[in-house]
Write a protein that binds this ligand. Structure first.
Ligand code: ADP
Length: 484
């Protein structure tokens, strides 16, 4: 019992071919609430055998699912969308309990995640093709699109709900079947979504879920030739292992990996707008998103003023249990995350940075950290080179536009970047110079189902959302017809 209106949404089991399989006598993974560190529940620690069974179930469901009309699949997705909306409050609570983010943000994630279900229900109807005039007499060429087949889906803990729908909705709309491996830290959001999918009438085997520690599940997903595609969101380190392991069977890949987002404030920027932009981009989910501003670059002339304005606003961010009223920064996901944040801040101070925000009042639990603003950050500090994934805002000083661009691009990552200016020519110039898949100009918010999401360089392959998102789950076939 976790305090839901509908407790049946909280299941501690795998779903394989329409059959729920709980831990039984097998190995289990304990899931803890990061706010209290108490055990929320347990799920099966699945291995290769369960993963194989799920892949076989997905393969068995594929032919019937892909033979349905687009309109039929769209209708089922719409029913799923309606049920997610009707159960949004329970889904948000499950999310906060297993992940820690403030309830208001969890509600936002459910709405954002559900927007993908609606969007791809609509896109299902628009999977068309083309007719190419043939160079030969009495011939035609028809280009059609077909589902890729069985897809493996591996998702992270920072968006346990939306990362599932952003992948599963286009896969199902295209006519694919899926096997999901949610993060071992946050399996319950994925399971609850699957309960609702089943209730919506999505047939057995179309969505399968295997929970547990990643290595054995990942090994089966990447080596099994039945799996035609892997869609992964997570770290660049793991993404590169998965890519290598998929090489032998040449699987299609979508990889949404790490970032190291620059957030550039030019001296002609609207500073108040920029402060608000940093707050949403840096401190959402306690700084634990791959598009979070990681390096805040401020032009010399406005550096002091901006630092002062930002520090004043950061002081007001309330730290606490995500289920408590008014919480803006919840606990970090685990102790390793806290350790990394502390290591980055200590290294920065060691190399000359200064914390300009006072320590925040916060609950005594070991997973709470105080949001901080650091001034005099430098590119040789750890926090400039890796994602801190925490509520740490380091301010770097720059003099010229060229210097800002060089610092911004000086990373192997290329997911999101942000910049603030009121100069039209500079807006185009800087946008074109930034080596990133997504750019926010005078905004800190870039996530929406209608726009392509994804990165360049070591931030990944492919795009999710938008009209492009469904293409990731479609193959192209050219039919050459002669003798007409
Ligand atoms: P994060 O930094 O978000 O924790 P990870 O890349 O470690 O990123 O994890 C993202 C997802 O990848 C999780 O579901 C995790 O269980 C999974 N994962 C981690 N290692 C592997 C692996 N070797 N094979 C398959 N999945 C993995």
């Amino acid at each position: 019992m976790v305090g839901l209106n509908d407790e049946t949404l909280f299941r501690q089991a795998n779903l394989i071919g329409g059959e729920w399989r709980d831990v039984g006598n097998g190995p289990a993974v304990m899931v803890t609430n990061p706010a209290t560190r108490s055990v929320l529940g347990t799920v099966p620690d699945s291995g290769g055998a369960e993963t194989r069974a799920a892949i076989i179930a997905a393969e068995a469901a594929l032919q019937e699912w892909k033979a349905r009309t687009h309109a039929d699949r769209a209708k089922l997705l719409e029913q799923w969308h309606t049920l997610i909306a009707a159960n949004a409050e329970d889904l948000a609570r499950i999310l906060t309990l297993e992940q820690g983010k403030p309830l208001a943000e969890a509600r936002g994630e459910i709405a954002y995640g559900n927007a993908f279900v609606k969007w791809f229900a609509e896109e299902a109807r628009r999977i068309g093709g083309t007719i190419i005039p043939s160079p030969a007499q009495g011939a035609r060429i028809l280009v059609t699109k077909e589902p890729v087949g069985v897809c493996a889906i591996i998702t992270p803990w920072n968006f346990p709900n939306a990362m599932i729908t952003r992948k599963v909705a286009p896969a199902l709309a295209a006519g694919c079947t899926v096997v999901i491996k949610p993060s071992e830290f946050t399996p319950f959001s994925a399971i609850a979504l699957t309960v609702l999918a089943e209730r919506a009438g999505i047939p057995a085997g179309v969505i399968n879920v295997v929970t547990g520690m990643p290595t054995d599940i990942g090994a089966e997903m990447t080596s099994n030739p039945v799996v035609r595609k892997l869609s992964f969101t997570g770290s660049t380190r793991v993404g590169s292992i998965l890519m290598r392991n998929c090489a032998d069977s040449i699987k299609r890949l979508s990889l949404e990996l790490g970032g190291n987002a620059p957030f550039i404030i030019f001296d002609d920027a609207d500073l108040d707008l920029a402060v608000e932009g940093v707050l949403v981009s840096k401190f959402r989910n306690g700084g634990q998103t791959c598009v979070c501003a990681n390096r805040i670059l401020v032009q010399s002339k406005v550096y002091e003023k901006f630092a002062d304005k930002l520090a004043k606003r950061v002081v007001s961010l309330k730290v606490g249990d995500g289920t408590a009223d008014g919480t803006m920064i919840g606990p970090m996901i685990n102790e390793a995350a806290v350790e990394k944040i502390q290591r980055h801040v200590a290294d920065a101070i060691d190399k000359g940075a200064t914390v300009i925000t006072a320590d925040h009042p916060r609950p005594s639990g070991s997973q709470y950290v105080s949001p901080v603003v650091l001034r005099d950050a430098k590119t040789d500090m750890l926090l400039a080179q890796e994602e801190t994934f925490g509520p740490v805002a380091p301010l770097f000083r720059f003099e010229t536009e060229a210097e800002a661009i060089a610092i911004a691009n000086g990373t192997p990552f290329g997911l999101a970047a942000y910049f603030y200016t009121r100069d039209l020519a500079r807006s185009f110039r800087v946008n074109e110079a930034l080596e990133f898949g997504m750019v926010g100009l005078n905004t800190g918010l870039i996530s929406t189902e209608v726009a392509p999401f994804g990165g360049v360089k070591q931030s990944g392959l492919g795009r999710e959302g938008s009209q492009l998102g469904i293409e990731e789950y479609l193959e192209i076939k050219a039919l050459h017809i002669g003798g007409l």
